[in-house]
Design a protein around this ligand. Structure first.
Ligand code: FEO
Ligand code: CA
Ligand code: CA
Ligand code: CA
Length: 598
């Protein structure tokens, strides 16, 4: 099927065709380059990357592995700070002959720990283009955050017995952040980076105290069987990852972490007020009265959408004041109710007779800084065992809430629900209308009174993903013969026109083609006309994306290229094609300097 250009004057690019090439493909008229790769120097005294002789000491100064969220803060027209999450490591692609952490050298385990976390790198625009590269000269902001970096637990749960360990009797100091997936930026310029699948780093759950097991289990931590098999075995380097000895250590991961990219000496802060879940992302919008709302998703089948609203107002320019905003407020979880008769939602994706999957919703308050609204839970219990509190509150079980982001143009909030193959047909409801949901969907939330502080909202499902020729799909009513297929929506961003950009994670297993970055108008007569802007190399989910304020560059981060391969048998060798892949961040620009999407 030939893809055509669009009649939409605001999003004209010609859709990239689905492919299985081991490279990044961009539309006609665009170009791209690699900005920074795994192993590139971050700190001034970092050694050159040496794949054959990796050491933790080198990795602690070099760019980490698997890039997910990308944030960018412009310093001047051609210079800026790039923040990148290093979600996790693919050891079988990093070390020859690697099987699991049980057989690994201790040094390999330490390299993996150092390749987690995040990086701040100063970058510069190559004059006259939209391309960016690592800056040369003084780079005072460059910083590596790893699984060992000292952090502070702040907010109402900090210091609680649930967070105290042998190594930290205060319950306020924790080392490292793990599995940081997506994130967001605050109006005051800090980065919110979100700990997601932290469950996989712990062993010994089978011998954890019986009273700790139900909560560990609710977070996906193994509490029976051989918990060491297939594990990275960070506990071999640091005993705190063994829950049989340190059962509370797991309670210290799963937070939204706030980092100031302009102060390399600042302590990253895990904000307990925003709850503990498998946090995917955290994106902000100011309420009508000037407070800050943070939208968050918990990426698990049948888990929830959350919102935090601060007690205090954001004060422009007041860094000290703003650094306290995320420590007191109200944490909410979403309950969505459909407006069509339940018997019209049969799990097939067939639209109900009112022509829309839509309805109303409420934000159920779980707690504020001093009071719990969930019976049987203290404030600290709500914030540390947030999933259990939300279960008790009767929140709506969603199809894996990934990125959630308010449009900077309309304020409407979009949620990527990536898929849920475990939803039975009988479990389909209007906000999750397919069972099983193989391809995912996108939810649109319209806050009451257009106020991010509202406690009620309207919602609808503009995109039901999958092959447009499949009857269960819906592209906001747009002519499906003119759209690209999308599966597994994950990371989101917007351009300055308010078009929604969606990165996918899992087109390969559904369509047999590479993951993509696509763009879709969500307002006006082109609403639903989804087209592919770029494709990732083989096996790589398409992370980032971030569009610069001048709309001249898209940053994109193909994560885990060749994911299922090994050093001896890599399925991808992108971008250097020298025998192994290197997860990287790229920039994409229009060769004639047009705004991206044009
Ligand atoms: Fe790390 Fe939910 O993706
Ligand atoms: Ca309806
Ligand atoms: Ca994700
Ligand atoms: Ca995003």
């Amino acid at each position: 099927k030939r893809e055509r250009g669009s009649k939409n004057p605001r999003l004209r690019f010609k859709s990239v065709a689905p492919n299985t090439d081991d490279k990044v493909t961009v539309p006609h008229g665009y170009d791209h380059n690699v900005v920074v790769r795994w192993g590139d120097p971050v700190l001034p005294d970092a050694p050159e990357f040496d794949f054959e002789n990796q050491t933790a000491a080198a990795q602690e100064k070099q760019f980490g592995y698997n890039c997910d969220y990308v944030g960018f803060r412009q310093l001047d027209a051609d210079r800026g700070l790039l923040w990148v999450n290093h979600e996790y490591t693919n050891e079988t692609l990093m070390f020859a002959g690697y099987t699991d952490g049980n057989d690994a050298d201790l040094e390999q385990i330490l390299v993996s720990m150092a390749a987690h976390g995040g990086s701040i790198v100063e970058i510069e625009r190559i004059k006259g283009t939209g391309a960016w590269r690592l800056a040369t000269g003084e780079r005072p902001f460059n910083r590596r955050i790893t699984a060992k970096t000292r952090m502070e637990l702040t907010g109402p749960a900090a210091g609680d017995a649930l967070l105290r360990t042998e190594g930290d009797p205060t319950g306020t100091e924790v080392f490292g952040m793990l599995n940081n997936c997506s994130g967001g930026m605050t109006p005051w310029g800090t980065i919110l980076t979100c700990e997601e699948n932290f469950n996989q780093y712990f062993v010994g759950g089978e011998d954890a105290p019986a009273e700790a097991k139900p909560a560990l289990k609710r977070y996906g931590i193994k509490v029976s069987g051989d918990t060491r098999k297939g594990n990275r075995r960070f506990d071999r380097a640091e005993q705190r990852f063994d829950l049989s000895r340190h059962p509370n250590e797991a309670n210290r991961f799963g937070y939204v972490v706030e980092i100031d990219p302009t102060d390399p000496t600042s302590t990253p802060r895990k904000r307990t007020m925003l709850g503990r879940v498998k946090h995917e992302a955290a994106n902000t919008r100011l309420t009508r009265d000037g407070r800050v709302a943070v939208y968050m998703g918990d990426d698990e089948r049948f888990d929830y959408i959350y919102k935090f609203v601060s007690d205090k107002e954001y004060r422009k320019g007041s860094r000290r004041h703003n650094s306290t905003l995320l420590d007191s407020g109200t944490l909410y979880v979403a309950k969505l109710t459909g407006n069509s008769p339940a018997d019209e939602i049969d799990g097939s994706g067939q639209l109900p007779s009112d022509g829309a999957f839509d309805g109303s919703g409420e934000w159920i308050a779980l707690c504020n800084a001093s009071e719990s609204f969930v019976e049987g839970f203290t404030v600290a219990e709500v914030l540390v065992h947030t999933r259990l509190a939300a279960d008790a509150a009767g929140a709506t079980k969603m199809d894996r809430p990934e990125d959630i982001e308010p449009s900077p143009v309309t304020g409407k909030v979009y949620v990527a629900l990536t898929n849920n193959t475990s939803r039975e047909p009988g479990q389909a409801d209007e906000p999750n209308p397919r069972g099983p949901n193989k391809f995912g969907h996108v939810l649109e939330i319209i806050e009451n009174g257009d106020d991010a502080g509202a406690e009620t909202f309207a919602w609808n499902v503009p995109l039901v993903c999958g092959d447009p020729e499949d009857e269960s799909t819906y592209y906001a009513g747009f002519d499906k013969s003119k759209v690209a297929a999308i599966s597994a929506p994950d990371n989101l961003t917007f351009d300055d026109q308010g078009n929604l950009w969606i990165a996918t994670d899992g087109q390969g297993s559904k369509f047999g083609t590479n993951d993509q970055l696509c763009a879709v108008p969500v307002e006006g007569r082109f609403r639903g006309e989804l087209r592919t802007f770029a494709t990732s190399p083989v096996g790589a989910e398409t992370c980032g994306p971030f569009i610069t304020e001048d709309n001249l560059t898209v940053f994109m981060a193909p994560q885990h290229p060749g994911e299922d391969g090994t050093v001896g048998s890599p399925q991808s060798t992108w971008p250097d094609h020298q025998g192994y892949p290197r997860p990287s961040v790229i920039s994409i620009w229009h060769t004639r300097g047009k705004r991206v999407g044009h």
